[in-house]
Unconditional design. Sequence first.
Lengths: 285, 348
Amino acid sequence: MAVAAEVPVVRVAGGRTSDDLRALWVVWKRELIRFSRNRMRIATSLAQPVLFLFILGTGLSTVISTADHFNFRTFMFPGVLGMTVLFTSIFSAISIVWDREFGFLREMLVAPVHRWTLVLGKCLGGATVATIQGAIMLALAGLVGVPYNPVMLLVLLLEMMLTAFALTAFGVMLAARISDVQSFQVVTQLFVLPMFFLSGAVFPVTKLPAWLGVLSKLDPLSYAVDPLRKEVFSTLSIPPVIRHTFDPGVSWGAWNLPVGFEVGLVALAAAAMLAVAIQQFSRPS
Amino acid sequence: MWQAVRVTQLDTRPVTAPRDGAAPAIAARELRKTYKEIEAVRGVSFEVATGEIFGFLGPNGAGKSTTISMLCTLVNPSSGQAHVAGYDVVADQARVRQRIGLVFQDTTLDDYLTAAENLRFHAELYGVPREVVAVRLRQVLEMVDLWDRRDGLVQTFSGGMKRRLEIARGLLHSPTVLFLDEPTVGLDPQTRSHIWSYIQELRRREQITIFLTTHYMDEAEYCDRLAIIDNGVLVAIDTPEVLKASIGEDRVELHTEDDQEAISRLLQQFQITAQVSEGAVTFHVPLGEQFVPRLFAELGVPIRSIRVARPTLDDVFMTYTGRTIRDAEVTGSERLRANPWMRARGRR
């Protein structure tokens, strides 16, 4: 029996849940460390939404005349929250392409852990960073006539988390196929900006020509921005006409989609993209 | 400090693979890798004993990196088999991965993290038991003289420091086999010799097997055994001494007024085949010093300078492949495409 104590424990690499969780945690933590070290990145990724909200928003509000002096920036606010989350998430996903270029990705891919832990850790890390950025923007609510309602803030935060996760998964899925930063930027211009404009983030999409309307409904971001806007508008006391113009919701034919359905769609898309991303990174070379 | 912790006692060694060195640390049989149009590795077989420093010597594009990638489970062989630390590199990928340390040709550190953070990241990924992480971290960092710089961001490190940090990281989880792909390429001579003293100290202290690739001849001298690889084929395997002794002839390098004439006269008058290599008429003869006077007397082509040298690994390489390693680099440069890292970067 004394012998048994001397035999070293044989561990099956990556087979234990605790090993996977440690890997997932450390990949997540790395995202946060890198984010916190890069003050420039924090500043620049906040500058853009702030510019949109206070410069573009103010500029547009001078040409859009509404009754009761409805603040156009109030309309834009949820859209700008979506924008913050969108750009931060995609930027986080880009870091995979950087990691590939600078070799660190290899350090991760040769580790004796399941690949899904790496991909999920990355997505959760990117989502956390994007949610933090979104929360900072949320603090500006009072400046654009949105009350600091605790329930609203919490709901917005949760919706942003889900959106951030879905968008990071989307970015990681793209990053799996892309080997250099330049092509990723092209893809970003090709996908991300149109997604942003068609989502109803900066202008209402109900009165668009038919072909743009269809594209807007195909845009997954539409279903993420709309719940944010509904939540913000639920705290406002405004005339029904204005509500109808600026918070029209997304309809399929005559059916105005309920928030729960939209959130479900985003969650479903997140799961699907995460699955594809994991599958992409698990292929043997 | 060194005696404080032997992580190897805590885990990772398979019961099935005895530690007395009876089972080879690496065994490859007819390993072959064919990319679409390129046969990068054409059936190599070899064994590396536990505790050995084993080197793969060859020009760029000879198949070194592809072989190491297959042994490290990064690339699946097209055919053939390999066992590392007792496990099959295809069927038991995860077990192999936990038992090997890797130091790549290009840096794979995160510049935005500190040295210690890079190592902690690695410790978590490799499941190093939490209670030994701090001690082991200090151990490996002290070994490569980076303990004082542990909280420095890696982006502030020099090339040599980065390489040392990578070696430390490769050792963190107490691997049984350490793979070093061109460990000193691109470093200045002083840093190179430092890194080699770490590697030798490592072998003494950790009793691990080291598999490395190199195209530096002086570096190859440090290996216990060498395999010479050219065009994806192993042309010789033995200790550096035996390889050099097997040549048995000295190398003579001539600068003459007319190299072509010198080569044809060498063939006619002395039955010696010579060739121009790195700008000098080069050939091998037994007892080179005694041959020199005859050369001056009988060659009939004015000689500007002459050099006689005992066999080096350069000569070994030349004997087995018909060219020097530097000449092979030039003609082999287009084969770089076969390098899996280059390919991995170019696509996917």
